[in-house]
Write a protein that binds this ligand. Structure first.
Ligand code: CA
Length: 604
């Protein structure tokens, strides 16, 4: 008996150790350069003939595609085969994601049993002053809240009238009337099964939807809630067990932004860092939405070990921890003084459940929708307010709680009344901070050394070669990089943690700055990754011609602007570009030298 048990244990352990957190035999591939259907189709046919890989999905305008192995290659083998392909910007596994609620024995109630239950729900809505916030609602703009989840019970008595309708789509005519890439998507989309029926077969998404609506009006009113204040867009990517792929989550995010959602609720998480998902969230930021994410249920410090998508530091992301009815951090909730923004109720929250039922669930999955709900209330009153300002208001109006000090960034729990009242009197501010993916924050290859000595590298001291300073750019494309390095404080913070990695000719610093470059008539975006006296490291998805001479406009922290000429180099080892400083007059050299010395001293 003992031996049998032991054998069973060993098998379980082995299976556990081999468990993969990604879809087997599938990868997400970003192609280098500008999106082109010709490039994509020739790459796909090359993959098909040379690697026996089938293209399963394309996000064409982002040059992003997913491929499935046709002959049983592992994900690792696929990545190995693709990572050095000159067409490939990056390749990564298609990570699996899971709903962020706890398994619990479910006691369910019927609609008549919960009628008037607002008092019960009010244990939580009173805590966040939700019911009082309802009295502040004076507009009827019906902001769209995308619920990226297990789907929604579309027929639920408390939800059916609030389900978003795509008015540009004619139902059941078999056509993609609005040309958004989805046929007959009248009520959102089911990305998991690739059809137009995002019905919930788990319960999680229905519960989340109920909380969001329940924070905007009385969910338990009989026979059903009042006319909806928000519209709920069901985007199903988690299956009947609450599991789904990153590629489908990405599709759901793009769908939400492109089809008018203002608030994206994301009560899910898992996997590892995904550049493709990171870029999708940046797209939601560019689209001025607010991206609300459950912090996770592993009692984990997200500052120390990141949890995705909550830990993406895109400025419109709100990471939400769960609290108890006494405003203590829930035992399961992830936390993080510098990465989890605030807390919301997340234990035993009563909400809608499929089949016209209601039930109580716990998890950061339940906390996130409290934030989505108040974000929607704000956007109902202020329909032109961007997600970043909404986030700032919600975070700036929390009730401070000593139990949350050091656990979440704001040290507080959301207050719906305070947030909505503040937002109603706030002036619309269209500002959004610039954001680019920082190489130092994620496990991407660092830009390689730019100034390793030798001919042509580093600063050329013979300034007499410069001539007049302009007109001396004979080779290839001329790039004008304008307004570099506008975030010196952020940069210096990063430098404090920096250790020299290699011996170099010049001390090199990691920086994080989003820049736009002019290449001919078109504008391309790039991330500046490093700077030294020898040059800068640049990450861009646009092909730059090696040897091209570019002009960089650099704004230093002292407010001065200077122009430096540089030459484009491609470092194959790190798959990144660099721009070597090749010409500079003595004043420029002096300034850059002084500036980098200042950075050095502040980083020590
Ligand atoms: Ca359509």
């Amino acid at each position: 008996m003992f031996n049998i048990l032991l054998a069973f244990y060993v098998i379980l352990f082995t299976v556990g150790a081999q468990a993969q957190n990604y879809v087997p035999g599938r990868v997400i591939v970003k192609l280098r350069g500008k999106a082109s259907s010709l490039q994509a189709s020739s790459f796909a046919s090359k993959m098909n003939s040379e690697n026996n890989l089938e293209k399963t999905k394309s996000w064409s305008s982002f040059n992003l595609h997913s491929f499935q192995s046709k002959s049983g290659e592992s994900t690792e083998q696929m990545i190995e085969a693709l990572k050095n392909d000159p067409d490939v910007e990056y390749v990564e596994p298609d990570y699996l994601m899971n709903k962020q609620s706890l398994d619990a024995s479910i006691q369910s109630y019927t609609a008549s049993e919960v009628h008037g239950f607002v008092a019960g729900f009010g244990l939580t809505t009173n805590q966040v002053h939700g019911v009082e916030a309802w009295s502040q609602v004076t507009s009827n703009n019906n902001p769209i809240v995308a619920i990226i989840d297990t789907g929604i019970d579309l027929n639920h008595v408390a939800l059916s009238d609030a389900i978003w309708t795509n008015t540009h789509e004619i139902a059941n005519n078999g056509l993609d009337d609005d040309g958004n890439g989805y046929i007959d998507d009248v009520n959102g989309w089911n990305f998991n099964d690739n059809n137009n029926y995002p019905q919930d077969c788990d319960g999680h998404g229905t519960h989340v939807a109920g909380i969001i609506r329940g924070t905007t009006q009385d969910l338990f009113k009989s026979p059903h809630p009042d006319a909806p204040i928000i519209k709920i867009m069901p985007l199903k990517f988690l299956d009947c067990y609450g599991e789904g792929s990153t590629s489908n989550a990405i599709s759901a995010i793009y769908y939400a932004v492109r089809n008018g959602a203002k608030v994206l609720n994301n009560s899910w998480g898992g996997g590892s860092y995904s550049r493709a998902l990171h870029e999708a969230i940046i797209y939601s930021y560019t689209g001025k939405t607010v991206f609300i994410a459950a912090s996770g249920n592993a009692s984990n410090n997200n500052d120390a070990a990141k949890t995705y998508p909550a830990s993406y530091d895109v400025p419109n992301v709100i990471s939400v921890a769960a609290t108890t009815s006494s405003d203590a951090l829930a035992y399961f909730s992830n936390f993080g003084a510098s990465s989890v923004h605030l807390a919301a109720p997340g234990t035993s929250i009563l909400s809608a459940y499929p089949g016209d039922h209601f039930t109580a669930l716990s998890g950061t999955s339940m906390a996130a929708p409290f934030i989505s709900g108040v974000a929607a209330l704000i956007m109902n009153e202020k329909p032109t307010m961007n997600g970043y300002q909404v986030k700032s208001i919600i975070a700036g109006t929390v009730d401070m709680k000593s139990q949350l000090s050091g656990k979440v960034m704001t040290g507080g729990r959301v207050n719906h009344l305070s947030a909505l009242s503040y937002a109603k009197s706030a002036t619309i501010n269209s500002y959004q901070p610039e954001y680019g993916i920082s190489v130092s924050s994620e496990d991407r290859a660092l830009a390689s050394a730019l100034a390793s000595g030798g001919a042509g590298c580093g600063l050329i001291n013979d300034v007499t070669k410069m001539g007049g300073g302009n007109g001396g750019t004979p080779i290839g494309v001329i790039l004008i990089i304008s307004v570099l390095l506008l975030i010196p404080i952020l940069m210096i913070q990063k430098l404090k943690n920096r250790k020299p990695r290699y011996q170099r000719a010049y001390e090199r610093f990691e920086v994080s700055s989003h820049v736009s470059m002019k290449v001919g008539d078109s504008e391309v975006v790039a991330d500046l990754s490093t700077i030294s006296l020898g040059g800068v490291g640049v990450n861009t998805q646009t092909l730059l011609e090696q040897g091209s001479v570019v002009t960089l406009k650099i704004q230093t922290p002292d407010g001065n602007e200077m122009e430096v000429k540089g030459k484009v180099v491609w470092k194959n080892k790190s798959k990144s570009y660099g721009i070597q400083f090749v010409e500079a007059n003595s004043t420029v050299l002096e300034r850059i030298g002084a500036w980098t010395r200042m950075l050095m001293s502040s980083s020590n």
